[in-house]
Design a protein around this ligand. Structure first.
Ligand code: FES
Ligand code: FES
Length: 151
């Protein structure tokens, strides 16, 4: 089986995996970075979102050969103690309900605000549109992104 060196959260990991293994499987099953969630497995829900070189990316669709020579950040590496401005805003707004979609939401929001620090409401809605929340916490998510954009 081929081996790959992956840079995740500023550390280098060597993993052995079949060519078509999705990065999500590597994160969760090989490395036990289980903050990144499996939702649909087909790129439709956003639960598995991580940053690849700072861009929000669905790790269920990214096969491991395409995850080398890039900087991968998961929710575990976004900040030291959950103190990223987006995470702080999430706590202030008390966003999570069941919590399952939240890591993906936060990773999408943080990459978006990095790119667009002063978004309009419509831009926030468009950016977060692809992240599904079965608990329908959409209003609080939008308010939290707005709050984070002011910090
Ligand atoms: Fe990747 Fe749903 S698990 S988009
Ligand atoms: Fe439950 Fe979003 S908080 S799915």
């Amino acid at each position: 089986m081929p081996t790959y060196q992956l840079k995740i959260n500023r550390k280098t990991y060597t993993v052995e995996a079949e060519l078509d293994t999705p990065l999500l499987w590597i994160l969760r099953d090989h490395l036990k970075l289980v903050g990144t969630k499996f939702g649909c497995g087909i790129g439709q829900c956003g639960a598995c979102t991580v940053h690849i070189n700072g861009t929000a990316t669905r790790s269920c669709l990214l096969e491991v050969p395409f995850a080398v020579n890039v900087e991968i950040t998961t929710i575990e590496g976004l900040s030291k103690d959950g103190d990223h401005p987006v995470q702080q805003a999430w706590k202030t707004m008390d966003v999570p309900q069941c919590g399952y979609c939240q890591a993906g939401q936060i990773m999408t929001a943080s990459a978006f605000l990095q790119r667009n620090p002063n978004p309009t409401d419509e831009e926030i809605r468009n950016a977060m549109h692809g992240n599904i929340c079965r608990c329908a916490a959409y209003n609080n998510i939008e308010e939290a992104v707005k709050l984070a954009s002011k910090q």
